[in-house]
Design a binder for this molecule. Structure first.
Ligand code: NAD
Length: 305
């Protein structure tokens, strides 16, 4: 069986189209996202660039505020406090990683829940647990949106979520419970992962280990949503690494799935790149509209219905 591809770019375009209508319904009031980035770690540079591009396309102002690595946690709390009270700010993003020693969870909790467009404030995580999601972590939302695009029935389905982070694995698991699926969450200490994945109608994987999920671990016809992202060397046919003109190894993005063997067995699969990634950025824009509506006391629309 050759799996059907879930086209993340097309899905993202559809989400943005719907969001555009909701944006128009909000009136002329400008929307503004502020992305706070502390220190010198550049690993989130690509993500920031994609966020900025998507905002510009939707006429949402995007401001990157770079604070020096010497910023103290209390100074950052003050900064977030000021953004919370600024009526001109629709949403706040706290870029990760934060400098060593800064307490991520404490800081995330300092962002007002209605401005928390990344959905990581404990109040927003709690809303998912209660089955009343408002602002949901963008990647978890994107992964479930990719699954829902297949139309595969979820009530009673067996789901395996590989990875148990607060950003992806845990929220996906609760979103699956909200659909009446039976979800098994696996992680680094899980024994015999393959025995669990072989039972699953749906497999999400968010680990960052290329080749973790192979075709022999997948039930024929299952849906595989690959959230992992890792840069790996590009190889020539004989297996030797390819190099650019500058002699540096050429890199490509890989997910957790061994794509060819998984696609030969699965019913549906997300490619990497071009799967969950573009949908994640679209969900940030969706969340910005949700934030604006929450701040105006308006009803919100789910990205999953
Ligand atoms: P994380 O790095 O915080 O945690 C990794 C998880 O994988 C943990 O639950 C760990 O227990 C589990 N794990 C590690 N080795 C394992 C193994 N051998 N078997 C089973 N489980 C194992 O996770 P994260 O922040 O959720 O990121 C996971 C991946 O998703 C990364 O590759 C990251 O780049 C990617 N990601 C993608 C997007 C996107 O938009 N597509 C967004 C966020 C993260």
């Amino acid at each position: 069986m050759a799996a059907r591809w879930i086209d993340g770019k097309a899905l993202a375009a559809g989400i943005l189209e719907r969001v555009r209508l909701q944006r128009t319904a909000l009136g002329a009031r400008p929307l503004r996202l502020v992305s706070v980035y502390v220190g010198d770690d550049v690993s989130s540079a690509v993500y920031i660039r994609n966020q900025k591009r998507a905002c510009e396309r939707m006429e949402i102002r995007f401001d990157l505020e770079h604070l020096p690595a010497t910023t103290t946690e209390e100074q950052l709390v003050e900064h977030l406090h000021a953004l919370n009270h600024d009526d001109g700010v629709t949403g706040i993003i706290l870029q990760r990683p934060l400098p060593p020693g800064m307490r991520q969870i404490r800081l995330q909790a300092k962002i007002h829940p209605d401005k928390d467009v990344e959905g990581l404030n404990p109040a927003n995580i709690g809303s998912i647990v209660y089955g009343l999601p408002k602002l949901v972590p963008c990647t978890a939302l994107a992964a479930v949106r990719c699954l829902k695009s297949t139309g595969v029935p979820l009530r009673g389905a067996d789901v395996v979520m590989i990875g148990h982070s607060e950003v992806v694995g845990k929220p996906v698991a609760f979103l699956m419970l909200n659909e009446f699926a039976t979800c098994t969450v696996c992680h680094i200490a899980t024994q015999d992962l393959a025995r669990k994945t072989r039972q699953a109608d749906v497999i999400f994987t968010a680990v960052g280990k290329p080749g973790l999920l192979t075709g022999d671990m997948v039930k024929p016809g299952a849906v595989v949503i690959d959230i992992g992202i890792r840069q790996v060397p590009q190889l020539a046919r004989d297996g030797t690494p390819l190099r650019g003109e500058d002699g540096q190894p050429l890199l490509r993005l890989s997910g957790d799935a061994d794509f060819d063997s998984v696609a030969a067995v699965a019913g549906w699969v997300t490619p990497v790149p071009g799967g969950v990634g573009p949908v994640t950025v679209a969900m940030l824009i969706h969340n910005t509209i949700v934030a604006a509506r929450l701040q105006q006391g308006l009803p919100i629309e789910s990205a999953l219905s």
